[in-house]
Write a protein that binds this ligand. Structure first.
Ligand SMILES: Cc1cc2nc3c(=O)[nH]c(=O)nc-3n(C[C@H](O)[C@H](O)[C@H](O)COP(=O)(O)OP(=O)(O)OC[C@H]3O[C@@H](n4cnc5c(N)ncnc54)[C@H](O)[C@@H]3O)c2cc1C
Length: 488
C-alpha cells in the first residue's frame, strides 16, 4: 500500500484501499459499487504536485491499463490509441519502427499517457511543438457515477461559453464556462482551460482528473525527422547565456532550448564527484557557470550543418567558447545529453529524499512559472535576488526557450522550507502582474492551490468550481486537486 500513497513531490497521504482495474468495465463496476467514496486517480505517480496522492478514500491506479490498442501510421493524420497506463517510453519504443513520434517530449519517460493528458504536460520539444494538448485527437472518459463520454477534437464545441454534452447513457451535462482571461504565455496549465467557442476536449485536458477518469486516448503522431542533433553550450556567466537565449528565441525555430543554472551545475558536479550522478559521461568544465542545450532535427544533413554554423556564430557573439561546447551528432551521444538533462531534476529529487530523513515535513518545493518572453531577464534577476536575500540554496533549470524555468529550493531545514514557500508566493504575485502563469506544466495538484488563488480572483475560482460540480456533483473525484479547501 505505501507505494500508492506518494508521488515524486514526496508528499505522503493515506487511503483505505487501492484498486487496480485492468479494463474499462472493471472501472465502471468500481464506480457503480462505491457510491459516496472519494477516489484519487493514479497514473505512474511521477507527478510533482501531489495530484495523485490520496487524502482518504480509495486509490484508483490505472497502471494495469497499459496496452497500446492501435497504431495507424498510414492514416491521413497518423495516430495511436492507447490505454491511460501506457508509459511514454513504451509508446516511444512502439513508434520507432514507423518513424513516427508523439512530439511533446516530457522529461520523465516513465510518466503515463493518462497523467500527461490530465496535467497537459510538456517537455523540451514543446518549444517547437507545444504541450500535450495540441497532440490529443480523442478521449474516452468515465464520470464518477460510471457514465461515459467520448470526445473528438473538432466535434464537441462550446457555443461562446455555453457547453452541453451527453453521456453515452443519455444524461445531459450543461453549463456556462466562466469568462476568465488565461495568461498569454506559451505554457500554462493552472486551472481549467477556458476560451469562448472552444473544443470541449481541451477542457478535459489539464483538468487533473477532477472532471473524469481518462480511459482511452487518441494521440496524433508526427513523422520522426531522420536526424536529431543536440548541442550543449557551457557559458562562464548566466548573463551571457540569457543574451544567447534571447537571440535564439528571435531566430529560426529549433526543437528545444533548455537551461542549467550555476546552482544546478554545482549540484550535478557534487554528485559527479561523489560518484552518485546517474550520468557522469558529460564532464562539466571548471569554468562553467551555466549551460544551455539546443536541439535541431531535420531530414537533411546539409540543413543541420548550416544550422550549426549559424549557432556557432551566435554562441561566439554572445561570449561563448567553442571549447566548452558539446555537439551530439549521433544517437548514442544525443542520448547522453538527454540523460544529462534528465539528471537535473533527478539530482534535486534525490537531495529532497536525503533531507527528508531528518526533516520529514520537507517536500519538493519548486516554482514552475512562465512569463512572456520579454520579461525573462527581469524574472531571472528576480529569482536570483530573492534567493540571495533569503540565503536559500537552489537549483534553477528548465525550458528557458519557452520563458519557463523551474526554481527548486533545496531546503536544509523547515525554516528554509517555510521561507522558500513564502518566496514562491511572492514571485507568483509579481509574475501574475507581468501576465505570466503560476504553473506552466506541473499543474496545481494539492500543493499549489494557494498559487492559483493568486492567479485568479475568488469569484473566478468559484465560477470554475461550478464546472467541477456539473461533472462530479458529489465532489468525489480527485478531491483536493486544483481548488482550495472549503469550496462547496
Ligand atoms: C524527473 C522528472 C522530470 C519531470 N519532467 C517533466 C517535464 O519535463 N514536463 C512535465 O510536464 N512534467 C514533468 N514531470 C512531472 C510528471 O512526469 C508529469 O506531471 C506527468 O504528467 C505525470 O504523469 P503520471 O503518469 O506519473 O501521473 P500521476 O503523477 O500518477 O498523476 C498526475 C495527475 O494526473 C491524474 N491522472 C493520472 N492518470 C489519470 C487518468 N487516466 N485520468 C484522469 N486523471 C489522471 C492524477 O490524478 C494526478 O492528478 C517530471 C517528473 C519527474 C519525476
Amino acid at each position: 500500500m505505501a507505494d500508492y500513497l506518494h508521488d515524486e513531490s514526496r508528499k505522503t497521504g493515506s487511503a483505505d484501499a487501492v484498486l487496480l482495474p485492468e479494463n474499462e468495465e472493471e472501472i465502471i463496476d468500481i464506480l457503480r459499487h462505491s457510491s459516496g467514496v472519494p477516489l484519487t486517480v493514479q497514473g505512474a505517480r511521477t507527478g510533482l504536485t501531489a495530484g495523485s496522492v490520496p487524502f482518504g478514500g480509495s486509490v484508483l491506479s490505472l497502471t494495469r491499463m497499459d496496452r497500446i490498442l492501435r497504431i495507424e501510421p498510414d492514416a491521413e493524420v497518423p495516430f495511436a490509441v492507447v490505454q491511460p497506463g501506457v508509459l511514454l517510453q513504451t509508446l516511444r519504443q512502439a513508434l520507432k519502427p514507423y518513424h513516427l513520434m508523439f512530439a511533446p517530449d516530457p522529461t520523465e519517460p516513465t510518466a503515463s499517457l493518462g497523467g500527461l493528458v490530465a496535467n497537459n504536460s510538456s517537455g523540451a520539444r514543446s518549444y517547437r511543438y507545444g504541450a500535450v494538448r495540441g497532440h490529443i485527437l480523442g478521449l474516452t472518459m468515465l464520470l464518477r457515477d460510471g457514465e461515459k463520454i467520448t470526445l473528438e477534437r473538432g466535434r464537441e464545441k462550446t457555443s461562446g461559453l455555453d457547453f452541453s454534452l451527453r453521456t453515452e447513457e443519455g444524461r445531459e451535462i450543461a453549463g456556462t464556462l466562466p469568462d476568465i482571461r488565461m495568461p498569454a504565455v506559451k505554457k500554462h496549465t493552472a486551472g481549467y482551460y477556458i476560451r469562448p467557442d472552444m473544443d470541449l476536449i481541451d477542457l478535459m485536458i489539464g483538468s487533473e482528473g477532477t472532471l473524469g477518469i481518462v480511459t482511452s486516448i487518441t494521440v496524433r503522431l508526427l513523422p520522426q525527422p531522420a536526424r536529431t542533433w543536440g548541442v550543449l553550450i557551457f557559458f562562464d556567466s548566466e548573463q551571457k547565456s540569457l543574451y544567447f537565449v534571447k537571440r535564439m528565441q528571435e531566430g529560426a525555430p529549433v526543437e528545444a532550448i533548455e537551461f542549467f543554472g550555476e546552482d544546478t551545475l554545482s549540484l550535478m558536479k557534487e554528485n559527479q564527484n561523489a560518484g552518485t550522478m546517474l550520468t557522469d559521461s558529460v564532464p562539466i568544465p571548471e569554468r562553467a557557470a551555466c549551460a544551455v542545450y539546443v536541439e535541431y532535427a531535420s531530414d537533411s544533413e546539409e540543413r543541420l550543418r548550416e544550422e550549426l554554423r549559424r549557432l556557432a556564430d551566435i554562441v561566439s557573439k554572445c561570449g561563448g567558447d567553442p571549447k566548452m561546447t558539446w555537439a551530439a551528432l549521433d544517437a548514442s551521444v544525443l542520448e547522453r545529453l538527454k540523460e544529462f538533462r534528465h539528471d537535473a531534476p533527478v539530482s534535486v529529487n534525490e537531495r529532497i529524499s536525503a533531507v527528508r530523513q531528518t526533516h520529514p515535513g520537507i517536500t519538493k518545493l519548486a516554482s514552475d512559472m512562465s512569463v512572456p518572453d520579454d520579461r525573462l531577464e527581469e524574472v531571472f534577476s528576480m529569482y536570483r535576488e530573492g534567493l540571495r536575500r533569503e540565503h536559500l540554496r537552489s537549483a534553477i533549470y528548465g525550458h528557458i526557450g519557452s520563458s519557463h524555468l523551474h526554481v527548486n529550493i533545496l531546503s536544509r531545514d523547515m525554516d528554509d522550507y517555510e521561507r522558500g514557500t513564502r518566496l514562491i508566493s511572492e514571485w507568483a504575485e509579481k509574475i501574475t502582474a507581468m501576465g505570466g502563469s503560476v504553473s506552466a506544466e506541473h499543474g496545481i495538484g494539492k500543493m499549489k492551490t494557494g498559487l492559483l488563488q493568486i492567479l485568479y480572483s475568488e469569484a473566478d475560482l468559484r465560477a470554475m468550481f461550478e464546472i467541477k460540480k456539473a461533472f462530479d456533483p458529489e465532489l468525489l473525484l480527485n478531491p483536493g486537486n486544483i481548488f482550495p479547501e472549503g469550496l462547496k
